[in-house]
Design a protein around this ligand. Structure first.
Ligand code: URA
Length: 266
């Protein structure tokens, strides 16, 4: 009895410890056993003979965060005639550091004929693994929220469908917020993406897409206030991840969903 209870406790404790590490952002196991690197002595290396010393070489091409990166994004995005072209153009774009740490390009999901396009921030861990936007907990809440007004990413009917994409197609490390430079270099792709899908309405969820669309932050103040960007009516809403942490804010989100529904009917 005592042994069974101990095994059960250990199992639950181990599971809780693992969940805690996943929450902290640990994504991969590198070694079979833990290794405390602070306890390792620094190896003292003898100097290399002159002939074997490394010669300085030109550094590998560094991702640029300048106007050059934005110009390259404008050229690449501008030449995309279809959504497949645009996905290909993003896959070939080398100016964004985030690409190097990501497993997958997360392009979009849903019905490209939808009247409503949802623009999110950036993929998280689950999205990075699966290559689809909003598939984690926040994504499940997003699906439930829009289902409440009859919209779904699975619907073949453009009037009931959603198309979902993000400002950033690559996961930022530790889910940090994308930088101003990263948002600026992705903006031409977002603009082209919206032009190709040509929805009636764009819903921006969170500060990153609010910044990409309207060049402002402060989603808690801006939510529910219709604006115009990318040649479309834009509705700012709080991000579902925020609603998971602040369930009381769901009341305002519901008001925003009703405002969207009225706009689509009107
Ligand atoms: N949050 C986002 O903004 N986008 C995703 O795809 C997932 C979580």
């Amino acid at each position: 009895m005592g042994i069974t209870a101990d095994i059960a406790t250990d199992w639950h404790a181990a599971l809780a410890a693992l969940a805690w590490q996943v929450d902290l952002g640990v994504g991969d196991v590198v070694l079979d056993a833990p290794l405390n690197r602070y306890e390792l002595a620094e190896p003292v290396k003898p100097p290399l003979p002159e002939a074997e010393r490394p010669v300085a070489v030109a550094p590998p091409p560094k991702a640029t965060t300048s106007t050059a990166a934005i110009a390259a994004a404008e050229t690449a995005a501008g030449s995309a005639r279809t959504l497949d072209d645009l996905r290909e153009a993003l896959a070939l774009y080398e100016h964004c550091e985030l690409k190097r740490g990501a497993r997958n390009l997360v392009f979009a999901d849903g019905n490209p004929k939808a009247r409503v396009l949802i623009l999110g921030e950036a993929p998280g861990r689950e999205e990075d693994l699966e290559g689809r936007p909003f598939v984690g907990r926040a994504g499940q809440l997003l699906d439930r929220m829009f289902a409440a007004i009859g919209l779904s990413r699975q619907s073949p009917d453009p009037g009931k469908a959603l198309y979902i994409t993000n400002v950033m197609p690559w996961r930022p490390p530790q889910n940090r917020d994308p930088s101003q430079d990263e948002i600026a270099m992705m903006r031409p792709f977002v603009q082209r993406h919206i032009a190709l899908v040509d929805p009636d309405v764009v819903v921006v969820v969170g500060n990153t897409p609010l910044q990409a669309a309207l060049n402002i932050t402060g989603i808690l103040r801006q939510r529910g206030r219709w604006a115009q960007a990318f040649g479309k009516p834009v509705l700012p809403m709080t991000h579902p991840a925020y609603l998971l942490r602040n369930p009381a804010a769901k009341r305002e989100a519901w008001a925003d969903l009703l405002s969207l529904q009225a706009k689509l009917r009107g």
